[in-house]
Ligand binder design. Structure first.
Ligand code: BGC
Length: 451
């Protein structure tokens, strides 16, 4: 019993921090359904429709750039709390929107919430988790993203038959945010943040609640050591000790988006319709199938991250992404008219999402928090995450145009080529961080995989 208590505390803290992921996933998924109704009620032009979708990503990106300041100055916990208040405000604005402008304000507020808290939540979890289960724990945030997306797909389906159902779709997002706010307000700050502010006594008492007594003392000493050693400032991100980890972090976030995951998440119903689905109803149901595969494969990844290690899982998943992207590309290029090939393309879309869920999905949110040294972590991680929103904005903002000009087949082949490039790049420089204390992780190009 005594032994299990610190673990129980760590799991509880992680789950409530990870509600941030659920909120992000929900706001990612809800728009595809809500938009179908909102555009009719407010008679939106295509330009206005696109703005309602993309303004959230843009503001998330901008907010992310400031999130490093918040996480370093106010701490990871307070930043998540500010995020929950913004999520509540955004959901309220959207649920009671009376005009296109209200919708934009609601999406901007939600984007701010996502930007700051999606930086803080994985960081909070990475800093309280013991090394042995850190991979799985940080990935609960990604698991919650996938659950949020699935929940939104289900809510879209459930509320689509009700008058003003879109208000409920948006408003429902408030519920997890309120729960998170109340729970997290009572939780401690992370020991690493407390130590970075010189509050060693408090840091030790938090460590004692989440580690065995002797380990707590040892870990505090390590943290103190790393604070002393690393006199690195923001401008010194290009310092030889930092830039390899910084570059890999940026690459993880960029390739996560440039390989096309959100082309599928945002536009799945349209893609399914192009494969020959005759009813929208069936296409939306198939989209729920995508959501289910995403959640299940993330659940499978959780224990494997710490058992197999990051690299084996990452390269298996990324290889799967390449193969499935090629299959989707070829089937659209050469024979979607045939029923057999249409089935291959649908199975490949599901398998693509599943492969993402064990590789670039979890790893992009996990590994930057492991690789980057504490002194620059807040700011460096926030810049890496900024590239995520930016590339997400580019991919989701160009997908329909690309399909229009070069076709779905060539568009997915382009994502396949990017994924192949990513495989080679990461093969050379992605470190193995399994089972290591954060303070012991170093990234060196070409040799990191042997660490
Ligand atoms: C990505 C999102 C994506 C989601 C899909 C996340 O890791 O950041 O952009 O929609 O995974 O599960």
């Amino acid at each position: 019993m005594e032994k299990s208590t610190p673990r129980l505390v760590t799991y509880t803290l992680s789950i409530f921090a990870a509600i941030t992921g659920l909120l992000f996933g929900y706001d990612t998924g809800v728009i595809s359904g809500a938009l179908l109704f909102v555009k009719k009620d407010f008679i939106l032009t295509i330009y206005e429709e696109q703005l309602v979708v993309s303004v959230m990503l843009l503001t998330a990106g901008i907010a992310t750039l400031f999130s490093g300041y918040f996480t370093d100055k106010l701490g990871r916990k307070i930043t998540i709390l500010i995020g929950s208040i913004l999520f509540i405000a955004g959901a309220l604005f959207l649920a009671f929107a009376m005009s296109f402008h209200d919708l934009i304000i609601g999406r901007v507020i939600t984007g701010l919430a996502i930007g700051i808290s999606m930086t803080a939540a994985p960081m909070y979890i990475a800093e309280i988790a013991p090394a042995k289960i850190r991979g799985g724990l940080v990935t609960t945030n990604q698991l919650f993203v996938t659950i949020g997306i699935l929940l939104a797909f289900i809510m879209n389906y459930a509320f689509s038959g009700i008058e003003d159902g879109w208000r409920w779709m948006f408003g429902f997002g408030m519920v997890p945010a309120v729960i998170q706010f109340i729970a997290l307000a009572c939780f401690p700050k992370t020991p690493r943040f407390l130590a970075s502010k010189g509050k060693f006594k408090q840091a030790l008492s938090v460590l004692k609640s989440i580690r065995e007594a002797d380990q707590a003392e040892k870990e505090l000493e390590k943290i103190k050591g790393s604070l002393k050693k690393e006199k690195t400032k923001f401008k010194e991100l290009l310092h030889s000790d930092i830039w390899p980890a910084f570059t890999v972090s940026i690459a993880l976030h960029s390739f996560q988006q440039l390989t096309g995951i959100n082309a599928v998440i945002y536009y799945a119903p349209q893609i399914f319709l192009s494969t020959g689905f005759t009813s929208t109803h069936a296409a939306i149901l198939a989209t729920i199938g995508v959501g289910v595969v995403n959640v299940l494969m993330t659940i499978i990844a959780l224990p494997l991250l710490d058992r197999w290690g990051r690299r084996p899982l990452f390269f298996t998943g990324l290889f799967g992404m390449i193969v499935t992207l090629v299959a989707i590309g070829l089937s659209f290029l050469f024979g979607i008219q045939s029923k057999f090939i249409a089935i291959i393309s649908i199975v490949s879309i599901m398998a693509f999402v599943g492969s993402f869920a064990i590789s670039l999905g979890p790893m992009s949110w996990l590994m930057p928090n492991e690789m980057l040294p504490i002194k620059v972590k807040g700011r460096a991680v926030s810049i890496a995450i900024f590239t995520n929103w930016f590339c997400n904005f580019i991919v989701s903002g160009t997908f329909l145009t690309l399909v229009h000009f070069i076709g779905i087949g060539s568009t997915f082949s382009l994502y396949a080529a990017i994924a192949l490039f990513a495989w080679v790049f990461f093969y050379v420089c992605l470190p193995e961080t399994k089972n290591k204390l954060l303070e012991d992780i170093k990234v060196n190009f070409f040799i990191s995989r042997k660490n």
